[in-house]
Design a protein around this ligand. Structure first.
Ligand code: NIG
Ligand code: FE
Length: 411
């Protein structure tokens, strides 16, 4: 006997299972089945496709008028952090830029202070709330970075919280060591601090899958980023980089040369570097929610990257300074408006390609896959990328069990 059948699905969204990230035109290819059925047994997908026969199951969900898809993947978050930075809003109103606030000891460094002050349990509780909010918005696979400790004790504290969350909720989480995220005010020099972070690599390996660095004016240079990435690879890490977020330093080209699993942000990447995407499997993780929140006019050139046959994914970059939302649906809508991506491209960018950017087996609901599924209160798949700022989730199903069932009736 099957455990669960979801039937009468108005639109069933079926991203293609592939070994490699979808590149260029392939990102626009997405199977949409009308009148679909999904069958689940023992937490796994038995069938997902057009309705062809009646299935018996312990539980049946009627998805009339709804969209059903794999659960989403958020491939770039700074989930674990102390405090918040609403006080920076007035600095921004007075015209201070993101890098100016950081240079004055605010920005990332202000979150470092709050994160150092918080106990592991306090950080856990705060991140747990944020993670549960993400799950309520349809996300079941998450990448989570450190980078607000900037010393051994506090970087490990963040990574431990991330690992504890993954274990408690049995989630597809990936943990990233982002020790070189900023240079502490009391550091002897950038180089000395970078060496300190490089020396931590063997110790944090137990808790982290990836190593990441913030390559930016006033933070870490291309040469420093290259050295860090090469050292991290020697210690068995796959590498990532915050690249070309504000200034065009060439981080995308470096990521491709170093065979990074992803290069993230890429707002200011050069045309020359974008061309290199063609012969690379590095996933360009674009974070349009950040560009929106930083109030920039120029967004990452997603269309140009796809024309160069690149692989792109979309993620939130959730953090307390440059993108304060952990609602990936909101960022999907910003991607539609500002990156000029099609609904098909966006769905693939937050499922299969996001999964490739963090090396998780997620984002598809083919036979044999984990039954991680979202039912959407939406008449078609385009609707989710069109109506922004609200939660379209009806139900979230994890390993075949309904874990979120949103009831809009009032108490
Ligand atoms: O990806 N730019 C570097 N890191 C984050 C922001 C972190 C923060 O402002 O606290 C980002 O945008
Ligand atoms: Fe980030």
């Amino acid at each position: 006997m099957n455990d669960l059948v979801i039937q009468n699905i108005k639109e069933l969204v079926l991203p293609k299972k592939t070994d490699k990230p979808l590149k260029g035109k392939a990102l626009d290819e997405l199977e949409i089945v009308e009148n679909g059925t999904v069958v689940v047994k023992d937490g796994k997908i038995v069938y997902a496709g057009p309705h062809t026969e009646e299935y018996e199951a312990e539980e049946t969900i009627d998805a009339t008028g709804k969209v059903v898809s794999p659960s989403l993947v958020d491939a770039h978050t700074h989930l674990i952090h102390g405090g918040s930075r609403e006080h920076e809003m007035s600095l921004k109103r007075q015209g201070a830029s993101y890098l100016e606030i950081l240079e004055q000891g605010g920005g990332i460094l202000s979150t470092v202070e709050s994160t150092r002050k918080a106990s592991e349990d306090e950080l856990f509780e705060k991140a747990e709330h944020d993670l549960l909010t993400m799950i309520h918005h349809g996300v079941l696979a998450v990448e989570s970075k450190s980078g607000y400790g900037l010393d051994k004790e506090n970087e490990l504290k963040q990574l431990k919280v991330s690992n504890r969350l993954a274990e408690k909720y049995n989630l597809d989480m990936r943990h990233t060591f982002l020790g070189p995220h900023a240079v502490p005010k009391d550091a002897e020099s950038n180089e000395a601090f970078l060496e300190e972070m490089i020396n931590l690599l063997p110790e944090v390996k137990e808790y982290a899958d990836f190593a990441d660095i913030f390559c930016e004016t006033g933070v870490f240079s291309i040469e420093e980023s290259k050295r860090y990435m090469q050292e991290a690879k020697k210690h068995g890490f796959d590498v990532k980089i915050h690249a070309d977020e504000i200034d065009p330093l060439g981080g995308l080209g470096l990521a491709i040369d170093e065979d990074a699993i992803s290069a993230d942000h890429l707002v200011a990447s050069s045309d020359e570097d974008k061309k290199k995407l063609k012969d690379s499997e590095t996933v360009a993780v674009l974070l349009p929610g950040t560009t929106f929140y930083l109030g920039k006019e120029e967004y990452a050139d997603a269309r140009g990257m796809l024309e160069n046959d690149g692989a792109i994914a979309i993620a939130t970059d959730y953090n307390p300074g440059s993108c304060v939302t952990n609602n990936l649906q909101m960022v999907m809508a910003i991607a539609a408006l500002k990156l000029k991506l099609s609904p098909n491209e966006i769905w693939n960018a937050v499922t299969v390609n996001a999964a490739k950017a963090i090396n998780v087996d997620a984002g598809t609901i083919n036979e044999g896959d984990k039954a991680n599924i979202v039912l959407w209160n939406a008449p078609n798949h385009e609707f989710v990328t069109y109506k922004y700022g609200v939660n379209h989730v009806d139900k979230v199903i994890k390993d075949g069990k309904v874990i979120v069932d949103r009831d809009l009736s009032l108490k």
